[in-house]
Design a binder for this molecule. Structure first.
Ligand SMILES: [Ca+2]
Length: 312
């Protein structure tokens, strides 16, 4: 009898495992095919070989690029080198990248592992760069002041908080104020794997300021990129494994109200909800994560590899 019970439980477990495996593969879009969509004039950005996971372009055309992310189970072409922040001036004819020097005595450069980034420009035109960092695979936000003349970043502060345990991306709404995505609920590596595999959708978004830290949205199946509309009224959150982009209304007290969900589907039909401007099967770019536009040009970044600059 005990053996029968054990076998039944084993059978049930295997069935559950198989069901979850199928849905896990669908969530990852593991067997999705990429039909190429080409742009007429694309060039790989010289000097980016080990990732450009996130980037942001200032209205002046200066682009910050986060490069060299090391993440469990993700390939790194420079495993022994710290990550870096690159600067690219998109006003140049054939723009190249320059590594920004980091100054400030309290910053440990050797463990720098930059992920999502965001800028905030003050009333006096001071540009702050906020960077998600994973020193020793932990999560912090590093606050820098951009010094354009010196082409450097002055490190001002490291922000850590118990509600910021698994940071992916941030969007700054003040010099020390931001919304951030936590892409997992658990910190433990083993529990994180199960959380993802079972599709628990416990990932969440936090508002941080020096005086208030609060979960503002939750229930995501891997909350990933986050951004804000140019008028500052709406916050967009990418839900990676559900293939959705959520649009939230931002209120004066920083709370978020869900407005609508854009599903990334029917992309190649007559009436797409989203237009695909560029697609490629991995021979040029692998694992693209981010793209932004400046004066008719498109800059595309990748998790661990190169970056591409195209005319739209
Ligand atoms: Ca970002």
């Amino acid at each position: 009898m005990a053996k029968l019970m054990l076998l039944t439980l084993l059978g049930l477990g295997l069935a559950l495992f198989r069901d979850h495996r199928a849905s896990y593969q669908a969530r990852l879009n593991a067997f999705g095919e990429v039909k190429p969509v080409e742009l007429p004039n694309c060039n790989l950005v010289k000097g980016i070989e080990s990732g450009s996971e996130d980037l942001e372009i200032l209205p002046s055309g200066l682009a910050f690029i986060s490069s060299g992310l090391k993440y469990p189970e993700i390939k790194s072409f420079e495993p022994d080198k710290p990550g870096k922040i690159l600067l690219m001036d998109l006003n140049e004819e054939d723009p190249t990248v320059l590594e920004l020097k980091i100054t400030g005595s309290k910053f440990d450069h050797s463990s720098f592992n930059p992920h999502g980034i965001s800028t905030f420009t003050d009333e006096d035109n001071t540009v702050y760069l906020l960077v998600v960092n994973h020193p020793d695979f932990k999560s912090t936000v590093e606050l820098f002041k951009f010094q354009e003349e010196e082409k450097s970043l002055l490190h001002l502060k490291t922000i850590r908080h118990e509600l910021l345990p698994n940071l992916n991306d941030i969007v700054a709404v003040g010099p020390e104020h931001f919304y951030a995505t936590n892409d997992h609920y658990f910190v433990d590596h083993y529990l994180r794997s199960w959380e993802l595999y079972l599709g628990l959708a416990w990932s969440y978004v936090v508002y941080y300021s020096p005086t208030e830290v609060q979960v503002m949205a939750d229930g995501f199946d891997f909350a990933n990129g986050i951004n804000i509309s140019p008028d500052g009224k709406y916050v967009y959150i990418g839900e990676l494994l559900a293939h959705k982009i959520h649009v939230y209304e931002k209120h004066a007290n920083w709370t978020l109200t869900p407005l609508k969900v854009i599903r990334i589907q029917n992309i190649l039909t007559e009436e797409p909800k989203v237009t695909r401007v560029y697609a490629e099967n991995g021979t040029v770019l692998q694992g693209s994560t981010v793209a932004s536009v400046y004066k008719g040009k498109l800059l595309i970044g990748t998790v661990f590899q190169k970056a591409l600059y195209c005319e739209l």
